[in-house]
Design a protein. Structure first.
Lengths: 182, 579
């Protein structure tokens, strides 16, 4: 059996209504769960990017990328192993301010985990931590005993280590394509 | 392209910049795309478009079907026969949901289709308004592309894009949902054909290094076998295929959807591969040293058990859809390109060759299959008429020149195995989806597409009843379709599997049928004939073919006949069974 790994998929597309649905259909058809998903406008105007994290085999991810690449509104799709990207997730924690005042444990955690306090009110304190999932998860576990009120973690954002730019990929694709059959 | 509709003066299209309604813009856009025929069914949310169509009914031939599914299948068939995009028009809600099976069928069989559905006004979207349904959401998995138009101004650009996407690259269905306010809205007329979309790469250029590798493999192969799929027909590469295989002396096996891409009576045609294909191409798949697959996707009904499929062979896959490369079968050389383009670049690099013994080995295998299976099935022996006898006779009587349409099931396989196709684009069937009920509306579409050729519509008694209402369409337009119902009072293919794999437990497969000929003749005024005696068969076929208008021939065939040979589900292509 081929081993299951974590892959990060990057999709660059037109910003069209419904495209997200078309993308997720490709995963649901093959019964693959999306672990995290982030969408945003790319730095090239009019281009949208998706960052999708899934656990599956490399054989499967190749087929999936091929099927994503085939979508009419998708310009280019890639997949990466974790060591081919630089990635982060952001987590927000809400704790009672009383817990912060009673001991200095929360303050220590904030320092040790390179987190930062966003807002302090008489009722609650909001804390932010950026990092890999394991790191934000670790801080979450540490925060729990202090009466954690709320927690949220974002989807992954990632930039890639390979230096070839999207524009170059697209230019190559364009040059390798005939647009009509005449 | 064709102007067979010039019986009335054409209304000129308005000058660019003229203010018109969205509905008119849709009609003019269709005319700009050289659409000649629409298969459709009106209803509340599409009425403005139908009203605009009324003024242009001489230029846009509208065929009123009896169910929206029929419109989709008719349009698919029309598209397959003519090699151009089929057009469907329906209303919102149930009109659109009734299309879904047809869209799914067109998607999996790569048929260019543009379907338009009416939609409630944009201010009502999402409110569960009367006959509102989420057409875009529902059709997303079964369309190549879909889009909802909510303003009149969008219509020309989106229609142009729809036709471009449906017909280019690997063709497929496109669904366009148009809100009622967009149909009523006003806009300034303009039209520009779509020639490219920046995120869409329909025709990958042929990579010459891959072609050279392929040529090298072909030139040194001792035992090559070529599988021709529907891609040959889509790209109209029949001639290139012929040139390649005759130059290099390569046996050709045509898939179910590739049938009629290569003449059945050609010495290099070795039959059909797959579950109910011929023995030779299946067995030889696991003996050949090179498998050249063109415009096909290694469907499981062709490959059987994947881990015992052509392991000994090098594999060349020529396919326009890159996502099909390596999806099921790993390849040694992949040429991702249009079949015609790839073949014409490959041909000059191919050496003339001779594989006499290898080709002869297919004939030997065929002889065995002929003696064991084909001959007994075609023979006029036994008390009951067999399906193969009927199809073989009809093939002879039409000299393999007819357009043949089938439904799905045993009769479909029997037709595929017994009709001697001589012309390209002559076979219309539901392949990937296996859609029962496809046959009758598809026969309608084929006849509309090709009024001058004989259209034979084969069906079983089960599938015929799934879309039997299209007899109404045939009667209304007096379409001279020749329908042949092979009636065994069973869902025959399911019964065959129950027989072979479920200990003959015939769970809900026996049918009590109506008198089909009475429905046709008394109900619809369609000439018909019912026969159950072998002695009446030839005369009835002659009568059917000699009749000017539509004709329904119902043949009572052997109740429990199994289609052989067969690669049982999950078995290897080497393990075909003949009984």
């Amino acid at each position: 059996m081929e081993k299951t790994e974590e892959f990060t998929i990057k999709v660059y597309s037109e910003n069209h209504i419904g495209l997200l649905n078309r993308l997720t259909i490709i995963f649901t058809r093959r019964k693959i769960n999306i672990e995290s998903l982030t969408t945003s406008e790319y730095h090239i105007p009019g281009v949208h990017s998706f960052t999708i994290v899934v656990n599956t085999t490399e054989t499967m991810i190749r087929k999936i990328i091929s099927q994503i690449q085939k979508l009419v509104d998708v310009m280019k799709a890639f997949y990466y192993h974790s060591d081919e990207i630089i990635y982060q997730e952001i987590a927000l924690y809400k704790v009672p301010t009383s817990a912060l005042l009673e001991t200095n444990e929360i303050e220590k955690l904030v320092r040790r985990y390179n987190a930062r306090i966003l807002e302090v009110t008489p009722e609650y304190t909001a804390i932010e931590k950026t990092g890999h999932k394991e790191e934000t998860q670790e801080l979450l576990n540490k925060m729990k005993p202090f009466g954690l009120l709320e927690f949220v973690r974002s989807g992954r954002v990632a930039i890639t280590k390979p230096m070839k730019e999207l524009a170059v990929h697209l230019q190559e694709l364009e040059e390798a394509t005939n647009y009509t059959n005449d | 392209m064709k102007t067979n509709d010039e019986k009335t003066a054409k209304k000129e299209l308005p000058a660019e910049g003229t203010e018109i309604t969205g509905s008119e813009a849709l009609i003019f856009s269709l005319l700009k795309e050289n659409v000649e025929t629409i298969f459709g069914y009106p209803g509340g949310a599409i009425m403005p478009v139908y009203d605009a169509l009324f003024d242009y009914r001489d230029q846009l031939n509208h065929v009123l079907v009896r169910h929206e599914q029929g419109a989709a299948h008719a349009a698919e068939s029309y598209a397959k026969i003519l090699g151009k995009t089929g057009v469907v028009m329906v209303t919102s809600g149930p009109g659109a949901t009734n299309l879904v099976t047809g869209l799914a069928n067109a998607m999996i069989d790569s048929v260019p289709l543009v379907a338009f559905s009416g939609q409630v006004s944009s201010n009502l979207l999402g409110t569960d308004a009367f006959q509102e349904t989420d057409v875009i959401g529902i059709t997303m998995p079964v369309t190549k592309w879909n889009y909802q138009i909510t303003s009149a101004e969008e219509i020309p650009e989106i229609v142009a894009k729809a036709f471009y996407i449906a017909s280019t690259g690997r063709p497929g269905p496109v669904m366009i949902d148009i809100t009622k306010d967009a149909q009523f809205g006003r806009m300034k007329w303009h039209y520009k054909k779509c020639r490219r979309i920046r995120s869409y790469f329909p025709y990958p250029k042929v990579q010459m290094d891959q072609v050279e590798k392929a040529a090298h493999l072909i030139n040194k192969a001792q035992k090559p076998l070529l599988i021709a799929g529907r891609g040959i027909l889509i790209s109209k590469a029949e001639e290139e295929l012929m040139n390649l295989v005759t130059k290099a002396d390569i046996p050709v096996t045509t898939t179910l959807l590739g049938l009629s891409s290569f003449p059945v009576d050609h010495p290099l045609n070795v039959g059909m591969p797959g579950m109910h294909g011929n023995m030779a191409p299946n067995l030889k798949t696991n003996e050949c040293d090179l498998l050249i697959a063109i415009g096909m996707r290694f469907d499981d009904r062709i490959t059987g058990r994947l881990d015992d499929y052509a392991n000994q062979a090098k594999i060349i896959h020529i396919e326009i859809d890159h996502s099909e490369i390596g999806k099921n079968v790993p390849t040694d050389v992949a040429i991702v390109a249009d079949a015609k383009d790839a073949l014409s670049k490959l041909l000059p690099l191919i050496k003339e060759n001779d594989h006499k013994e290898w080709v002869e080995s297919f004939r030997k295998e065929y002889k065995k299959e002929y003696d064991k299976v084909i001959k007994p099935a075609r023979e006029s022996k036994g008390s009951d008429i067999k399906m193969d006898e009927v199809v073989h006779l009809v093939s002879d009587k039409t000299d393999g020149q007819a357009i043949v349409v089938t439904d799905v099931g045993q009769h479909q396989m029997v037709v595929a195995r017994n009709y001697s196709f001589k012309k390209a684009r002559s076979f219309v069937t539901s392949g990937g989806l296996g859609t029962m009920g496809f046959g009758l509306p598809a026969a309608v579409g084929a006849k509309v597409a090709s009024p001058d050729r004989t259209v034979l519509g084969f069906a079983g008694d089960g599938g015929f009843q799934m879309t039997i209402q299209e007899l109404g369409t045939i009667a209304q337009y007096k379409l001279p379709v020749k329908m042949i119902v092979l009636n065994n009072s069973f869902l025959g293919m399911v019964r065959q599997w129950q027989d072979m794999f479920f200990e003959k437990r015939y769970s809900f497969t026996e049918l009590t049928n109506p008198a089909f000929t009475k429905i046709a003749s008394e109900g619809y005024g369609i000439a018909s004939r019912y026969i159950e005696k072998r002695g009446d068969l030839e005369k009835a076929v002659d009568e059917m073919l000699a009749t000017d208008g539509p004709f329904l021939l119902e043949v009572k065939v052997k109740k429990e006949q199994n289609v052989f040979p067969m690669v049982p589900a999950g078995a290897s292509v080497s393990d075909m069974v003949t009984e």
